[in-house]
Write a protein that binds this ligand. Structure first.
Ligand code: NAI
Length: 440
């Protein structure tokens, strides 16, 4: 059974991810400093409604020193709602403290994946140069240093080709003022992830950059007046904040073996906000997303035969319309792969014209050849095609229509890409748009 260590599990994105992993039948090792909330979650995952009070958790919640690295319980758990009996574990630890991180190695089972989700924002509202050293350092310790310290502490516990997923933020791509070290910490985490992937090709490493997600963290920013939800939505082509479950789907995917082709890459699940130039204000979306587990209703356009294998219900003639009643409508189009160097932009536009006239929600996923290295004459055309995808995402967002591209190494079908294509095209990725994903 796949065992996944998840930090910041007791709230928001982490809690939704714990539920998602458990429902997928994966074993969770939950880590958080909030003993009480962790205990409730563990109890719920065990199907015991929070009655399970591991001694170390109870001590921590009454103010005594938390016994970092001590499992809240090691007894086999009852079944999660749709999973068979899984012995989920929980550890209480303050991840700003290197000693507590090191102590986690004690009693840790072999791990197939680590999701570094725990993070904090800065609530002081102070300009950077007026930050106290303590607040500045604490945020960096959690958001930037804890993932590296955790990996060092648990390196011996990782199985072969273990997956490491770091949760950064769109704030690591665009600076946010009056949030202290938040943007620098997340930019640092993105760069650290990419450097880790290069240094340890034996690991499968990726970084997730969420946009605004309606969690306790964001609710607190809204309640304190530091985030205006209408102004936030105005910068999001899909016109809404993400639900925690949408990020949970992304983390469950990235922490699985299926995400191997994305290793070393970044996934921005942000409603298209990182691709939008800010020229107009989007209004709140009126089209509700469908449940993440809505089946895929896929039409394949092009001659890449592996695409037909990407889904059991695919048609491979390019003429069959997906029936929305059958599931989440999605189109995979491989036609750009057939275009010559210098013809990518025109082929991308042709694909958009072919499929973009429908106004119903759904997705278009294009396969692109990798941008040619050293081919300066066509570099502009490659970049223009990618920016066209972002432009279309901004135009189609208000209709809840998504467009993304996946770069592939060759026109030869690679079955290892099928799960990735299913994820990008499907309802689990309904907050993903405007992105070009690089595969290895
Ligand atoms: P949250 O505040 O709801 O949950 C964070 C969890 O981390 C809590 O359970 C908390 O107890 C735990 N935690 C905090 N400090 C800790 C420490 N020192 N040691 C151990 N655990 C600690 O946050 P949310 O919204 O679920 O965010 C999760 C991650 O996603 C964070 O890294 C955040 O920066 C990132 N993110 C969130 C976005 C959002 O809109 N909510 C947007 C972009 C990124």
């Amino acid at each position: 059974m796949d065992t996944v260590l998840l930090t910041g599990a007791a709230s928001g994105i982490g809690r939704a991810t714990a539920w998602r992993l458990a429902r997928l039948g994966r074993r969770c090792v939950l880590v958080d400093r909030n003993a009480e909330a962790l205990e409730v979650l563990l109890g719920q995952l065990r199907g015991a409604g929070g009655e399970v009070a591991g001694t170390s958790v109870a001590n921590a919640s009454t103010g005594n020193t938390a016994v970092a690295g001590t499992p809240a319980t090691k007894t086999p758990a009852a079944a999660a709602p749709t999973a068979s009996a899984i012995d989920h574990l929980a550890f209480v630890a303050d991840l700003t403290d290197p000693d507590q991180i090191n102590a986690l190695a004690t009693d840790m089972p072999p791990l197939d994946a680590i999701i570094n989700n725990a993070g904090m924002t800065d609530a002081s509202n102070l300009p950077v140069i007026e930050q106290t050293d303590r607040d500045w350092q604490r945020l960096l310790d959690l958001n930037l240093h804890a993932p590296a310290r955790l990996l060092r502490a648990l390196r011996e516990r990782l199985t072969r080709h273990a997956r490491i997923v770091n949760v950064a933020s769109g704030a690591g791509l665009h600076a946010i003022p009056l949030r202290g070290a938040y943007s620098p910490s997340k930019a640092g985490l993105i760069a650290q992830t990419q450097a880790l992937a290069r240094a340890h090709p034996d690991l499968r490493v990726s970084v997730l950059c969420p946009g605004f997600v309606q969690t306790e963290l964001v609710d607190a920013l809204i309640a304190s007046g530091r985030l205006d939800p209408v102004r936030a939505v105005a910068k999001i082509p899909l016109g809404r904040l993400a639900a925690p479950e949408e990020l949970a789907c992304a983390l469950a995917f990235l922490s699985s073996q299926d995400a191997a082709p994305l290793s070393g890459g970044r996934l921005s699940v942000d409603g298209g906000s990182s691709r939008f130039g800010g020229s107009q204000a989007y209004v709140p979306q009126t089209i509700a997303p469908v449940p993440c587990d809505t089946p895929l209703s896929l039409t394949v356009h092009g001659h890449w035969t592996a695409l037909a294998d990407a889904t059991e219900d695919a048609n491979e003639d390019g003429n069959v319309d997906a029936n929305p009643q059958d599931g989440y409508p999605a189109i995979l189009d491989a036609s750009v792969l057939d275009s010559p160097p210098g013809g990518r932009l025109a082929a991308t536009l042709a694909a958009a014209r072919r499929h973009g006239r429908a106004s119903a929600p759904g997705s278009l996923t294009l396969l692109l050849p990798r941008a040619a290295q050293g081919d300066w004459e066509h570099a502009g055309d490659d970049a223009a095609a990618r920016m066209l995808i972002a432009t279309l995402a901004c135009e189609w967002g208000p209709h809840a229509r998504r467009i993304n591209a996946v770069e592939v190494a060759s026109a030869t079908p690679d079955p290892a890409l099928s799960p990735l294509l299913r994820f990008v095209a499907g309802a689990q990725a309904q907050y993903l748009t405007g992105q070009t994903l690089c595969t290895r």
